[in-house]
Design a protein around this ligand. Structure first.
Ligand SMILES: [Zn+2]
Ligand SMILES: [Zn+2]
Length: 177
């Protein structure tokens, strides 16, 4: 996606987003973008800066960190970035945009390519520890069974021995009292 800054002199330009994750080079084994990345972005010239604002929407699939079952959720966010010409920077080079740090990015020459920034804006919203539900019981450390779907054999044995132990203690207590 390229925005010619000179074209913005005649007024703001709005670009609809309806792009495949491949377009933004979003590929990772930890998550998957389901369907397309949608939204719209408006570019407005403000002096020698360009203001980009709009919204992004993406459906993400990740594995629950506890039970490894797939979890799907949506990212919906408003985005604002001020694009400054890199010629105003002493280094002269476009700096990588850091969405957690500020809302400023740089463009070289007279063309804005927001693709990497859009990619970063989506990645920054991914949870570090996605889980299918707050109460997810995870997997049995012994047999790997998903404990959300019921107790596995090892868990059952454990619980039985636990209750046996308790009753044994109870009996002992009764003897002593
Ligand atoms: Zn889970
Ligand atoms: Zn088990």
């Amino acid at each position: 996606m390229k925005i010619d800054v000179q074209n913005l002199h005649s007024g703001p330009i709005t670009i609809p987003l309806n792009h495949s994750p491949k377009y933004f080079d979003i590929r990772d084994e930890d998550f998957q973008v389901v369907g397309k990345i949608r939204g719209s972005l408006t570019f407005t010239l403000m002096g020698d800066k360009v203001f980009m604002n709009g919204n992004l929407e993406a459906r993400i699939r990740m594995a629950c960190v506890r039970c490894l079952e797939p979890v799907e959720f949506s990212i919906r966010k408003k985005v604002t970035i001020f694009y400054m010409s890199s010629k105003n920077r002493k280094t002269g080079d476009a700096m990588p945009f850091d969405p957690e740090d500020d809302e400023v990015s740089y463009y070289k020459g007279l063309v804005i390519i927001p693709d990497n920034d859009i990619r970063e804006l989506i990645l920054v919203d991914l949870p570090d520890y996605p889980h299918c539900k707050e109460s997810c019981k995870g997997l049995c450390p012994w047999c790997g069974a998903n404990l959300n779907t019921g107790l596995c054999e090892c868990k059952k044995e454990q619980e039985v021995s636990f209750t046996e132990q308790e009753s044994w203690k109870e009996k002992l207590k009764k003897i002593h009292t």
